[in-house]
Design a protein around this ligand. Structure first.
Ligand SMILES: Nc1nc2c(c(=O)[nH]1)N[C@H]1C(S)=C(S)[C@@H](COP(=O)(O)O)O[C@H]1N2
Ligand SMILES: [Mo]
Length: 374
């Protein structure tokens, strides 16, 4: 979908924009650092850590766990400081969580918003172990004047020429939800450096930006936090002057593992004729998935996939769909709808940051005439 204004490209005011719309060397650098989930890894209930998507804005801090501390302060009853051992000694919770970047699907928009050029693969499911945030807030005590909790991290960069760090806040109510964790382990191992070692926040159901990595400080505050990553990034805006709606929970999305085999450079996929089981996952942070539908004709006709039960509200659900593949060229599509009635659209809705594009996944495939051709 094109932006309504033809005369003026609102991206022109943002840093790093290439007027031709081509992927810039800076974006290539970003996408070499921040990788996606290879779609064949949808086969795992829990994504192996190295296959989980990765998104980091600045440089990844190198942290010495012996000297690292988490500070809890601001409008608290008592300021607290935790070492990593202090946190590990507290009662722990392990929880599988599907996390997706709010910019997933960005390259499907036109004109293409500048940023990490995701196609559809910015997602993963990990088993996080840590301490419930609520327990730490209760240990410190929250003063009546506090309205929000600010999470400060160790990574540093600049935005619009000003020094910044990756900081985000949650309302008191969201911060006290049972499922919100301060996680020190991923899939049973200490957090890998790139996923926030030694401690990160995990906010199940929300887009990934809420899950602040490399945590160093939790501050109770009495006014809304207005840092870059709260009020500029991760808001749905059409123009740079607009404030826009802040992003929170993940919209429904389904993804399939593309069937068949790819050609190494064109990525064109071929498969044998005959029965095929197409498999994938679906999730929504807004409600449980109600159904997943598949199409083999580019979205003209749809039929329902078999959906596995939801293991918890916070993880993706497996689905499978039986297809009788006839020779020729086909476009496979999948579409999820959640129990709150949110469905994946057929077309994206443009916004400046290129966020929340949960349009249906489209996978072109060539079904060969015979088994021998694949
Ligand atoms: N400190 C810090 N936390 C961060 C980020 C970051 O750049 N710095 N990126 C956020 C974004 S935008 C996403 S999508 C998730 C990605 O988490 P992952 O890299 O562990 O998959 O981390 C979030 N937490
Ligand atoms: Mo993200």
């Amino acid at each position: 979908m094109r932006h309504p204004s033809d005369e003026h490209d609102p991206r022109a005011e943002l840093p790093g924009v290439d007027a031709s719309g081509a992927i810039t060397p800076a974006e290539l650098q970003l996408s070499a650092r921040n990788h996606g989930l290879p779609l064949e890894a949808l086969a795992y209930d829990v994504t192996p850590a190295g296959m989980h998507y990765l998104l980091t804005h600045y440089d990844m801090p190198v942290v010495d766990p012996a000297s690292w501390r988490l500070g809890v302060g601001g409008l608290v009853g008592q300021e607290l400081t935790f070492s990593l051992e202090d946190l590990i000694a507290r009662p722990a919770v392990t929880q599988a969580v599907t996390m997706e970047c709010a910019g997933n699907g960005r390259t499907g928009m036109s004109p293409r918003p500048i940023g990490q050029p995701w196609v559809v693969e910015a997602v993963g499911t990990a088993e996080w172990t840590g301490v419930p945030l609520r327990a730490v807030l209760e240990a410190a005590g929250v003063q009546d004047a506090a309205i929000a909790v600010l999470f400060g991290s160790l990574d540093r960069g600049t935005e619009d020429g000003r020094p910044t760090s990756f900081e985000r806040s949650l309302s008191l109510a969201d911060a006290h939800r049972d499922e919100v964790l301060l996680a020190y382990a991923m899939n049973g191992q200490p957090l890998p450096p790139q996923h926030g070692f030694p401690l990160r926040l995990v906010v199940p159901g929300w887009y990934g930006m809420a899950s602040v990595k490399w945590l160093e400080r939790i501050t109770l505050i009495d006014r809304p936090f207005e840092g870059h990553h709260q009020v500029r990034g991760y808001c749905l805006r059409q123009t740079p002057d607009e404030q826009g709606e802040p992003l929170t929970r993940m919209r429904p999305r389904s993804l399939m593992t593309p069937p068949g085999v790819p050609e190494s450079t064109s990525r064109e996929r071929r498969l044998k004729p005959g029965p095929v089981t197409v498999r994938g996952r679906a999730w929504s942070g807004l409600a449980e998935i109600a159904r997943v539908e598949l199409s083999a004709d580019g979205g003209e006709s749809w039929s329902e996939a078999r959906l596995a039960p939801a293991p918890s509200p916070w993880v993706w659900q497996a689905w499978e769909w039986a297809w009788d593949a006839h020779p020729g060229t086909h476009e496979l599509c999948c579409r999820a709808t959640d129990r709150a009635g949110n469905a994946q659209p057929l077309e994206p809705t443009w916004n400046l940051g290129g966020y929340v594009n949960n349009e249906v996944q489209r996978v072109p495939v060539i079904v060969a005439r015979s088994e021998l051709d694949v």
